[in-house]
Design a protein around this ligand. Sequence first.
Ligand SMILES: C[S@@+](CC[C@H](N)C(=O)[O-])C[C@H]1O[C@@H](n2cnc3c(N)ncnc32)[C@H](O)[C@@H]1O
Length: 192
Amino acid sequence: MTEDFSPLPTSYRAIQQATIDQGFTMASDLATGSFLKTLAGSKPKGRFLEMGTGTGLSTSWILDGMDQNSSLVSIDFDDQFLSIAREFLGNDPRLELELIDGEKWVESNAGQRFDYIFADTWHGKYLLLDEVLEMLKVGGLYIVDDMLPQANWPDGHAEKAERFIQKLESTPFLHLTKLNWSTGIIVATRKF
Ligand SMILES: C[S@@+](CC[C@H](N)C(=O)[O-])C[C@H]1O[C@@H](n2cnc3c(N)ncnc32)[C@H](O)[C@@H]1O
């Protein structure tokens, strides 16, 4: 089996070029993008949340998997990165891009519920995990990547990642699968 992630989202190459020009290096890889798209297809009429838009590369994959009756809220606190997502994806009426700090967004949106959460920044992963998992509907998908040791991890991050995985494992309402693939993906569904 060859690793073939085509077709790429329509805007992917253009966003990728702008991402390189901007010097943004934190984007999810193609394997994760393809996986995000496939999982997104399982939630017709879904409410989607992405924490950590970056320049919109993973956003483009999620949008590609969503049906026309779904909606995606994606947040980031960096306007330089977010403006790239806005330029290439901002015309999609299903997408709401929000320039806001993760903590502030979680505090202001605690009552919202989502079918699918891709947690790709501090909040919803290493910070405010309980609060963000509370926003996941029963049957909903929670996804994180970068769980295998990465070259750019600072000192102490490996321990932080291990504590995060243990916390997920001990969350009684989650079914969890840890994939030793791509950058290390964890996918969970909410049982109750
Ligand atoms: C791993 S990158 C996201 C990559 C993107 N999801 C992708 O795959 O293309 C993490 C993002 O989190 C954002 N971020 C970091 N701290 C944040 C905070 N406190 N609130 C909101 N966003 C934050 C950064 O600006 C960065 O764009």
